[in-house]
Ligand binder design. Structure first.
Ligand code: ADP
Ligand code: MG
Length: 329
């Protein structure tokens, strides 16, 4: 099947800053594809290259197999939802949603019919007459979504669309977006700096660092087999041991220094420097005698939380099989 989107060796620099540095990937039709990375890693620039708001300095962009590198944004069958919603404040919700259709001179009755359908889809059926200022953040985001979806794009580009929402609403919207995407079968390209969001929503995740893709994988593979120290730390905050191995905190046991280590385990002695209660789990930060800071994450049961305070001597141990060998960054 032809890829919905393909980037081939795309590079985009702003002066001395190389925002996107030789990036290549292909996104399948109907895929939920996330671009994950810290601020400044090139996600937005990459998205804008797909949308046509930015021109690559070199490389090419294909939509359904066609080279669109020279095609302006309005000539591409993609729509973008921005973090700040970019709604027209003086227009009603209904007029915001139908804007794209009215520009294309779609008859009023059809505009109305499709807008009602979209507003029902995003659960804003009774809100058509309101102004954006009369809506909550989550409602504004859904209007922005309806306004993009009404054009029936094959591809929807979303740039940190939930960034302005509080945690509970963000989690609700994550689920709604995912369900909507599945139902409509549209290809989503989703930009986020939130690794939990990327893991929970995506079919595949591209981890960006300094304008390059460090790893591109399904969420489970990304978590279980990070390829680089950066990917290991950025996704799920793994420990990086000796710069060459990753170990997840939940796979590290905290034991008495006098206890013998079972066969097949790696063992480090050290001193607890900090503990943080996090509800379901407690995080233990231990400075090992060879100078590494290692975080163990254990279920917060009395047996681990009572006896061990900062300053206590402990042994950390984990099974050899939990060590993930990393490639050089
Ligand atoms: P992200 O979305 O991952 O935060 P961006 O793609 O926005 O990253 O930015 C990548 C890099 O390119 C950053 O260093 C940013 O400052 C720079 N950059 C992005 N857009 C511009 C621009 N229009 N002019 C100058 N520098 C830019
Ligand atoms: Mg950005």
């Amino acid at each position: 099947m032809t890829a919905a989107i393909e980037l081939r060796s795309v590079r985009r620099a702003f002066g001395a800053t190389v925002a996107v540095d030789d990036v290549s990937f292909a996104i399948e039709q109907g895929e939920f594809f996330s671009m994950l990375g810290p601020s400044g890693s090139g996600k937005t620039t990459c998205l804008r290259v797909i949308a046509g708001f930015e021109q690559p300095d070199s490389g090419a962009v294909f939509l359904e197999g066609l080279d669109v590198s020279g095609t302006p944004p309005y000539g591409r069958d993609v729509n973008t939802v921005f973090q700040d919603y970019a709604l027209f404040p003086h227009m009603s919700v209904l007029d915001n949603v139908t804007y794209g259709l009215r520009v294309r001179r779609v008859p009023a009755a059809e505009c109305r019919r499709r807008a009602d359908e979209m507003l029902a889809l995003v659960k804003l059926a009774d809100m058509g007459a309101r102004r954006p200022a009369q809506l909550s953040g989550g409602q504004k985001q859904r209007v922005a979504l309806a306004r993009a979806l009404i054009n029936q794009p094959k591809v929807l580009l979303l740039d940190e669309p939930l960034g302005a929402l509080d945690l509970k609403l963000r989690e609700e919207m994550q689920l709604e977006l995912r369900l909507l995407q599945r139902r409509l079968g549209i290809t989503f390209v989703y930009v986020t700096h939130d690794q939990g969001e990327a893991l929970s929503m995506s079919d595949r995740v591209a981890v960006f660092n300094r304008g390059r893709i460090e790893q591109l994988d399904a969420p489970e593979a990304l978590y279980a087999r990070p390829r680089t120290a950066f990917a290991a730390r950025f996704v799920g905050g793994a420990n990086v041991i000796e710069g060459r191995y990753a170990v997840r905190g939940e796979n590290i046991e905290i034991a008495d220094p006098a206890a013998p280590a079972p066969a097949g385990t790696v063992r480090r002695e050290g001193t607890i420097v900090d503990t943080q209660y996090q509800g379901a789990v407690r995080r233990w930060q231990v400075r090992t005698d060879d100078g590494e800071l290692i975080t163990a994450t254990r279920p917060d049961r009395a047996d681990t939380s009572q006896a061990r305070e900062p300053g206590a001597r402990v042994a950390l141990r984990w099974a050899h099989t939990h060590m993930i060998e990393l490639a050089a960054d």
